[in-house]
Ligand binder design. Structure first.
Ligand code: SF4
Ligand code: SF4
Length: 390
């Protein structure tokens, strides 16, 4: 095992990087019992915590980069070890020493793209609003009811642009007065923060906050639970508070208020996957269920690992940008669970989950056995069907 500094120096650095809670661990192992990594490899958060406590962290190992920040083990820990925050502190340390194992190397290009163009995908800032072409989406102005913040993947990824377009269609149908910031929108910064790059997170957050304040933004609609989490729980560190609503919550609200009526059909068997950052991290479990269960013809399937015990897709904590070899992908397990439960559609409400599930679907024996859909796509299809039958 490589050590970059002596025992005391490592312990001090871990403390200085915010990893002090490690010392509360009493090695009960409850974290390992729920960690999804243990489905695919021998991985132990308990071991990482123990090594860190003794200044024995192998900062060259991929292990400190594996945690997807899924939130399962903090729910179990009797000593509030704060595995996510403490684990991020080890990544900060590795970043400081320039130690990136090969699976983590893509982070360099991601950081450069975030710094230069405000997105992690190496895309041109000027094309950020291209997804909205032809939809009549307005630029946000102060008097509007809502700012729609689609985020990076829905702005650029060809599969996920469909989710942004479905969202715009629903908002239009419900008569919502909303706008977007287009090229003035930056990545929310949530995932890069979890890789330990605090400076870049702070820069992205401050730029977004300035744009929100300058435009008089009060209520922000997001499609990604990662944007939701950081706007709601992390941006207040900069002494600002915006009202943030995830599309699952807004749909529930619009249906409840009678502003959106789903009389069209979506006649398929649907299983819903709770994204970690919507469910475990923010407690939003009921709204997406109410929305989907209200769609005519939809046959509901509750997966055995759902709500608090939902199986992580593998994309959080910056893992969406790291290489995960075949045989180690949680999303492969999840799509099989959905098929075995009899689902024709695996629905979710997060761009990382959709990206991972679409990849994993291709590894099924029969890839046509399962469709992957965002809940907005299901609602939008039901709305289109309503229009067609009117
Ligand atoms: S659950 Fe908490 S106390 Fe128990 S081994 Fe894991 S980190 Fe330590
Ligand atoms: S947060 Fe999730 S992925 Fe990370 S160590 Fe805990 S259970 Fe494993």
């Amino acid at each position: 095992m490589e050590s970059v500094a002596d025992y005391k120096e490592i312990v001090d650095e871990i403390k200085a990087s915010g990893g002090e809670a490690f010392k509360r661990c009493y090695q009960c192992g409850l974290c390992d019992a729920v960690c999804p990594w243990n489905r695919v490899i021998d991985f132990s958060m308990r071991r990482i915590v123990r090594q860190a406590t003794f200044g024995m962290t192998d900062i060259e190992s991929e292990d400190i980069w594996r945690c997807t920040t899924c939130g399962s083990c903090p729910q179990q820990c009797p000593r509030d070890v704060r595995q996510i925050e403490s684990g991020v502190s080890l990544r900060r340390l590795a970043t400081e020493y320039g130690m990136f194992p090969s699976a983590v190397k893509p982070l360099r290009a991601v950081s450069a793209s975030l710094s230069g163009a405000g997105n992690p995908l190496g895309e041109d800032r000027a094309r950020r609003a291209d997804w909205a072409e032809g939809l009549g989406v307005q630029t946000f102005t102060e008097e509007m009811e809502l700012l729609y913040f689609p985020g990076c993947y829905l702005s650029y990824d060809p599969r996920l642009k469909k989710v942004a377009r479905a969202t715009a269609g629903i908002l239009q149908q419900a008569g919502i007065d909303y706008g977007i910031l287009g090229i003035q929108e930056n990545c929310c910064g949530e995932s890069i923060r979890k890789t330990g790059n605090e400076d870049l997170f702070r820069r992205l957050a401050k730029e977004n906050i300035k744009t929100f304040v300058d435009h008089g933004v009060k209520r922000i609609l997001v499609s990604s639970p990662h944007c939701y989490h950081t706007f709601k729980n992390e941006y207040p560190e900069f002494m600002v508070h915006f009202e943030v609503v995830h599309i699952a919550q807004l749909l529930d609200e619009l249906i409840e208020e009678g502003r959106l009526t789903l009389s069209g059909k979506f006649a398929r068997r649907v299983a819903y996957h709770d994204p970690c950052y919507l469910g475990r991290h923010n407690g939003v479990y009921d709204e997406p269920r109410r929305v989907l269960q209200g769609v005519t013809g939809l046959e509901w399937i509750e997966l055995s690992e759902s709500r608090k015990t939902s199986l992580c897709c593998g994309g959080g904590g910056g893992r969406i940008w790291m290489d995960t070899v075949k045989g180690e992908r949680f999303s492969d397990l999840r799509v099989v669970q959905a098929v075995e439960a009899g689902a024709q559609v695996l629905a979710t409400a997060c761009p990382y989950c959709i990206a991972n599930f679409e990849d994993s679907r291709l590894s099924l024996e029969d890839e046509s056995a399962l469709e992957i859909k965002d809940i907005t796509e299901i609602v939008h299809e039901a709305l289109l069907e309503t229009e067609a039958t009117e």
